[in-house]
Design a protein around this ligand. Structure first.
Ligand code: GLA
Length: 476
């Protein structure tokens, strides 16, 4: 098989892992050949990720600290001359999707897996619009996919599929976009599926580096790898509460993004009045010394005084912004299809959301420093603080995640927190390497067996140690 050995050597630690991955890719190639009857093909893969710290900061313009992990979506594909895209998956519950490349590709129903591929293709076409290419110039492709990233688990299987689709679509058309640029492009492109996400997942899936975490800064997008200290491991554990961003949690996720935009707008208005000048503030992350020319602690104190703890109604925010409620909704609460996000019954919690985002941004800086200094106790503390803030201020945890975090800490983790969008999905825990096995056994007993009453032979798809791997690539 034509998988370059540097690929699995860099990304998989043990012979058994390497054998497993080669086996999987071989099966995928067989599936491709059987389905499409083609001898010429390419192979590509895009990894999932865990976010070590920095939750819901990316779309607020503040940094994150994820790593790409040794779970991926792989594809075997070949170009098609007629502008058609045919998608198949080795997992037969993902039934075949076919669509044509056109200027504006209509999405499937919300939540459909094919939309992630459409999002990428649309993003690439839009990028080349105005660069002398029309949609008729693009070749289509036939694709067979296989994934081992747990689904709806907060490990970013969806962005891996978007990034992978972009890479293979570009390859099929002999085009290339530098990865940093492609990361930004795909972050915007993924809004096609309806999530108003930030750019973390696409960036780390494309730019991940073996044995490193990435500190990612936004506006402009910038990636700084930081070596993970040897002797420690991150263990992911699936709470088994489904966090499908394309379904129920989508509204919850978007609601957080809306609340943050509203908080930034309210603070911009008040700070502009106080400082008697118009301020270049769009996101919570813009409320900084550089933009306001006042010290951080003064910004914090002023913001604390401006925002109140009780939830805001739309009309209260409108009055504060001195525009009508409908104008406020149109500016800040729009969905992708143009409809307006309904006002939540319990109001918009601007203060708590603002507090989480600002403090979480600082925790990312602190964690980056702790990693560089090998101070894993500090890193673990910051992870714990992050979880508390995600639970209490941002309200993206759930009883199962809290339980899993509690059990993990009692089972030897130096730090434990939910990872990704929240509302279910995985936790990650920081462990000394020699404690990993005992940790996994204990959490399996206390969470999966005792708490969820699950009895089965193998729990390795629920709880596993993660290795940081290189970003997405066409392998051959
Ligand atoms: C999802 C989004 C990311 C980020 C995280 C939360 O994974 O895709 O952009 O906002 O949630 O940190």
């Amino acid at each position: 098989m034509n998988i370059p050995s540097h690929f699995y050597k860099a990304n998989y630690d043990f012979e058994t892992d390497r054998a497993r991955i080669l086996n999987r890719y071989e099966r995928l190639i067989d599936n491709f050949k059987a389905k499409y009857d083609k001898k010429e093909f390419f192979i590509a893969r895009a990894p999932g990720r865990i976010n070590l710290i920095g939750e819901h900061t990316d779309y607020n313009g503040l940094p994150v600290l994820p790593m790409a992990v040794n779970r991926d979506i792989a594809s075997v594909f070949s170009p098609l001359e007629d502008g058609k895209v045919i998608l198949n998956n080795t997992d037969s519950s993902f039934t075949e999707r076919q669509f044509y490349i056109e200027a504006s590709i209509p999405p499937y129903n919300e939540g459909d897996w094919g939309n992630y591929c459409k999002a990428a293709v649309q993003g690439v076409i839009d990028h080349y619009k105005g660069k002398g290419k029309t949609c008729r110039d693009f070749k289509g492709l036939q694709i067979m996919l296989d994934g081992d990233i747990p689904l709806a688990a907060g490990l970013s299987s969806s962005s891996a599929l978007v990034v992978l689709s972009a890479l293979i679509f570009l390859k099929s058309n002999s085009l290339e976009i530098p990865k940093l640029e492609l990361a930004g492009l795909m972050a915007r492109a993924e809004h096609y599926v309806g999530t108003q996400g930030g750019g973390m997942d696409q960036a780390v899936s494309l730019l991940g580096k073996a044995d490193h975490a990435l500190k990612i800064d936004f506006n402009p997008l910038q990636v700084t790898p930081v070596k993970l200290p040897p002797g420690y491991k991150m263990v992911a554990a699936n709470s088994l509460v489904q966090a499908a961003k394309s379904e129920g949690a989508l509204d919850q996720y978007n609601r957080r993004a809306i609340e943050c935009r509203l908080a930034a707008a309210a603070l911009r208005k008040k700070f502009s009045e106080m400082l008697k000048r118009e301020l270049p503030i769009r996101l919570i992350g813009d409320l900084n010394t550089e933009k306001l020319a006042i010290p951080e602690d003064q910004i914090r104190d002023l913001a604390e005084g401006i925002l109140h703890r009780q939830p805001y109604s739309l009309s209260e925010i409108a009055a504060l912004l001195e525009i009508t409620p409908i104008e406020t909704a149109k500016r800040y609460c729009k969905k992708r299809d143009g409809s307006l996000f309904p006002e939540p019954a319990e109001g918009f919690k601007l203060k708590n959301r603002y507090r989480h985002v600002k403090a979480e941004g600082k925790r990312v800086e602190g964690s980056f420093k702790a990693l560089k200094e090998n101070n894993m106790y500090e890193f673990g503390n910051l992870m714990n603080q992050s979880h508390a803030s995600c639970r209490d201020l941002y309200e993206i945890s759930c009883p199962e995640l809290d339980k899993l975090v509690e059990i993990s800490r009692e089972s030897g983790a130096l730090g434990s927190r939910l990872t990704g969008a929240g509302f279910g999905g995985c936790t990650i825990s920081l462990l000394e390497s020699d404690k990993v096995e005992a940790f996994i056994n204990r959490v399996t007993q206390l969470y999966y067996r005792d708490f969820l009453n699950l009895e089965q032979e193998d729990y390795s798809s629920y709880i596993f140690s993660c290795k940081a791997v290189n970003g997405a690539d066409v392998l051959s």
